[in-house]
Design a protein around this ligand. Sequence first.
Ligand SMILES: Cc1cc2nc3c(=O)[nH]c(=O)nc-3n(C[C@H](O)[C@H](O)[C@H](O)COP(=O)(O)OP(=O)(O)OC[C@H]3O[C@@H](n4cnc5c(N)ncnc54)[C@H](O)[C@@H]3O)c2cc1C
Length: 439
Amino acid sequence: MDDSLLGGAHKIVIVGGGAAGLELASALGKKARKDASIEVTLVDASPTHIWKPLLHEVAAGTLDTTEELEYLSQARWRYFNFRLGTMERLDREKKEIVLSPTLNDEGEELIPRRSFSYDTLVIAVGSVSNSFAIQGVEKHCQFLDNARQAFRFQKHLVQTFMRIYSRRPSRGKGMSIAIIGAGATGVELAAELHNVMQQLAIYGLDEHQTGEAVKISLIEAADRLLPALPDRLSGATARQLGELGIELILGRRVVEVTETGVMIEGGEKVTADIKVWAAGIKGPDWLCNLDGLEINSAQQLMVAETLQTTRDENIFAIGDCAACAWVGHEGNVPPRAQAAHQQATLLSKSLVDRVKGEALMPYRYKDYGSLVSLGKYSTVGNLMGNLMGSVSVGGFIARVFYLSLYKMHQIKVHGYFKTAMLTLATRLRKTATSHIKLH
Ligand SMILES: Cc1cc2nc3c(=O)[nH]c(=O)nc-3n(C[C@H](O)[C@H](O)[C@H](O)COP(=O)(O)OP(=O)(O)OC[C@H]3O[C@@H](n4cnc5c(N)ncnc54)[C@H](O)[C@@H]3O)c2cc1C
């Protein structure tokens, strides 16, 4: 039996309520309701949650607002405590985390700096874009690391659109967007933005005419897009994007981003009104100095197969911020929602077992394949199974599997009934409102 029980419930603090942390807090909270030996607290920098793989839809303005969840309401519904704040420091000896003061939009302090003690700490703070120190990226690019950035991007998109098409004659030079990085995020964003540009014209925003070109360029250092997927699928996706008129610049490295465009090796410039960076991720910078916890070169916390950090058995890390060996493969478990989901599922069992003095179970990543949504145009990907190996899928079947990953997250967080009701509500709203955000 754990010592902490002598002084009351064992305090499990989870920092980061994303794909991994929110699922874990919801599952553990449900258990804590019946088991007084554990108390669960979730800390997040934001008061609301949007599942990160939907951020390209937030950025494009196509996401329904019912997909946003309030942590406080979820905490009440799933019996955990929620604390708003950004973790900035860790004291392993005192077993305490420190949160920065929370400010309002005017910069006034709402909540002072405060600390919370833990018996078990789970760090699930996700990842941020890796600019690889390329000049001009931080200053001139848009990022999709969190919902705040995605909403800001959406506003910038509509405002840039209005500015350009209200000033240029309708047959003049149109708007241009460059997306750097043709992994799943870049490809999904390109397709979604293409759809949105058509919609903005249909809704009659300023003088933009349907069919008038908004130039979207997708720039990738590897010689094909979707490098993580089989050749055949990246070929099919390239053809589909080509048919939409999206320019693909493959096998070319970006060397600088300026206010007016993207410089690629060889001296060529891709002119762009909007530049988006989607070329790789790393752990947030503050993890580099977290009271001696070990990190890898991508600033992710190194964890053992039990998901415990290598230098502190009371601290776990899951999701994108964790570097966990992919047993039987080279390298680490990839930073994906399905890995975050699996790790949260494992810890929701093993953390409770650990409080009861039982041994921790090892984590084994199961790759069920990768699916990429091309918005309303198509979905492509490959599915993995024990018997069938890797099977390429597209169209309706791929769409169903793509949506099922999000439904699994929703079911874990809300349960079956509420997920069904939310799905219905989203469908009904779509019949009564515009399909995109127009402001
Ligand atoms: C546009 C896009 C599309 C994607 N599509 C797919 C896909 O189709 N399939 C797939 O498998 N994966 C996809 N991914 C990757 C997937 O979103 C991530 O792998 C997954 O969200 C990781 O989960 P996480 O819990 O580690 O981090 P996140 O979901 O990012 O959650 C991190 C949480 O930590 C909070 N936080 C951060 N810092 C602090 C702090 N200092 N203090 C307190 N709280 C903090 C954040 O507010 C956030 O709530 C996509 C990613 C993007 C950006």
